[in-house]
Ligand binder design. Structure first.
Ligand SMILES: [Cu+2]
Length: 161
């Protein structure tokens, strides 16, 4: 076999491999907020669609906007009080499904903001997926209250969530 034909085969193999490994992730309705202009924590909320045909997982997040960024959820503790907890294993993102990060539920948590989240400012955020790798976005800050989220006010107030 001549060298050029080996090269052509290698190129063909690379092209064939692409559709299987290029995971399709769509991120919609993304915004960040904090509870007050002086808050040192904030959170980001979004919809993450996996339109590919392989299961994936959101395993981490990072941003220069905070000292630490974690994936959090809200869980009821033994005393029946809702608390935020760090979800180290991340969030499942099965093929064809949408992961909903929303107030009172799963969210991306920013701790130790490098500067306050100001209305209409944008915050860089990198989301790390098990299969799709890193996706970096500029997300808008939206501090306006959302009427549908009033049910979360009892434990959401003061935490930025
Ligand atoms: Cu949190």
């Amino acid at each position: 076999m001549s060298f050029p034909s080996i090269l052509r085969m290698a190129l063909a193999a690379t092209c064939l491999a692409l559709p299987a490994s290029a995971q399709e992730i769509h991120i919609l309705d993304i915004y960040a907020r904090s509870a007050s202009p002086t808050a040192t924590t904030g959170a980001a909320f979004m919809l993450i669609e996996n339109i590919g045909d392989a299961d994936d997982r959101l395993i981490g997040a990072s941003s220069p906007a905070a000292k630490m960024v974690q994936l959090h959820t809200h869980r009821e503790n033994a005393e029946g009080v809702m608390q935020m907890v760090h979800v180290k294993e991340g969030f499942d993102l099965p093929a064809g499904e949408t992961l909903v990060l929303q107030r009172g539920g799963d969210h991306v948590m920013f701790m130790g903001l490098t500067e306050p989240f100001a209305q209409d400012k944008t915050i860089p955020l990198t989301l790390s997926f098990e299969k799709s790798g890193d996706i970096t976005l500029e997300i808008p800050v939206d501090l306006t209250p959302k009427p549908a989220e009033d049910h979360g006010a009892a434990y959401g107030q003061g935490t930025g969530n």
